[in-house]
Design a binder for this molecule. Structure first.
Ligand code: FAD
Length: 342
């Protein structure tokens, strides 16, 4: 994270449409960087339904969300896209040169001639436990992601949740933290069976604790936690001593900072024209689920189409003096060289 970069196009959102935008831009010699708050590319396909089959991708009769993401990554590899993952595109500003600077939550700055917003249903944001005053502890002793395992070294740690993230981190951090207590409201887990078995063995071996209880309160003067109050049907109320809590309650999508980019919005979507997929701000484009125009369908295939037209328009900004020739990948040696197949 961090650092300053200069490129042709910066794509906000690495969902399927943001990924395919790299391909369409790349064919026109437009280099791209992508920013996504998720740690992995793929957007909704990777985060919400990696194992579900999709049946309406042209020429792929069936493909899972993760397979589609993997194939897109393979298809765009010749264009060497640069990914800035695990960070939110927070703000945009125009430069004196008529370019754009996009700043992320991790302090990364990407200077680019065009911005392509492929923010889909919005930025994935952690769901928070409904605990009074939780905001005051966030970032100091309450977290929704692990940036560095070492930050929890020697600490008494409560991990809340019953899915894959909660179990994986409980298993990974039990050897780093002083003590890990996994808290889940019921004795059933949505995680991979193998992780559940490993967690149960670790509890049986006394390497970590499992508490079937509801989170009730945070103890200690904010921002420093000293304990987590829980309520259990069997054992009643108690406070688990803790220096930090990690909560993994899943993610929801919220429009997020894109709302503050100064673009016209229509019910939290970005209106575009259907010739260039450009927003109210020249040289800022919007493709995929985030955009709106009459007849819009939130389908992956529509987003793919939109990126092809967007790239043609982006070319005029990146290469104002060049002539744009329409070419087929089947017959153009020039395009095939870019793809590394000629
Ligand atoms: P997304 O996939 O939403 O990706 C957008 C990305 O942008 C996200 O990763 C988000 O974190 C990121 N982002 C947003 N704002 C910021 C910011 N400020 N900073 C950093 N990152 C940001 N479609 C079909 O065509 N066929 C199907 O069969 C189908 N089945 C589906 C099944 C389910 C269960 C769901 C939930 C959706 C399905 N869809 C299907 C819809 C399809 O997944 C979406 O149309 C598609 O994901 C849209 O792609 P996108 O790239 O526009 O946005």
């Amino acid at each position: 994270p961090g650092g300053e970069y200069r490129t042709d196009a910066v794509i906000v959102g690495a969902g399927p449409v943001g990924l395919f935008a790299v391909f369409e831009l790349g064919l026109l010699d437009i280099k791209a960087h992508l920013i996504d708050v998720l740690e992995v590319p793929g957007g909704q396909c990777a985060e919400l339904y990696p194992e579900k089959p999709i049946y309406d991708i042209p020429a792929l009769p069936v493909v899972t969300g993760q397979e589609l993401t993997d194939r897109l990554m393979q298809q765009i590899a010749p264009f060497d896209p640069v990914f800035h993952l695990g960070q939110t595109a927070e703000a945009i500003a125009k430069t004196d040169e008529g370019r754009w600077r996009v700043t992320t939550s991790a302090g990364t700055v990407v200077d680019a001639r065009v911005i392509v917003i492929a923010a889909g249903g919005g930025s994935f944001t952690p769901k928070k436990p409904a605990l009074e005053g939780i905001e005051a502890y966030e970032g100091t002793s309450v977290f929704y992601a692990v940036r560095k395992m070492d930050a929890f070294r020697g600490k008494r740690l409560v991990i809340a949740g019953g899915g894959d993230s909660a179990l994986d981190w409980a298993l990974n951090l039990k050897d780093v933290a002083e003590r890990v207590t996994l808290v889940h409201h019921r004795d059933g887990f949505r995680a991979a069976p193998d992780s559940v078995n490993k967690m149960r063995s670790a509890v049986a071996a006394g390497e970590m604790d499992l508490k079937i209880a509801k989170l009730q309160s945070l103890e200690g003067a904010a921002p420093q936690l000293t304990g987590v109050g829980v309520a259990s049907k069997e054992t009643g109320d108690e406070t688990i001593p803790a220096d930090a809590m990690l909560a993994f309650y899943g993610l929801t999508m919220k429009l997020g900072p894109v709302a503050n980019f100064g673009l016209n919005l229509h019910e939290n979507l970005i209106p575009v024209d259907t010739e260039k997929f450009e927003t109210s701000e020249p040289s800022i484009f919007a493709v995929g689920d985030i955009n709106w125009y009459p007849g819009k369908l939130k389908l992956i295939l529509s987003g793919f189409h939109e990126t092809a037209l967007m790239a043609q328009a982006a070319f005029r900004y990146v290469y104002p003096d060049a002539k744009l020739r329409f070419q087929y990948t089947t017959s153009s040696t020039n395009l095939q060289q870019k793809l590394g197949v000629a």
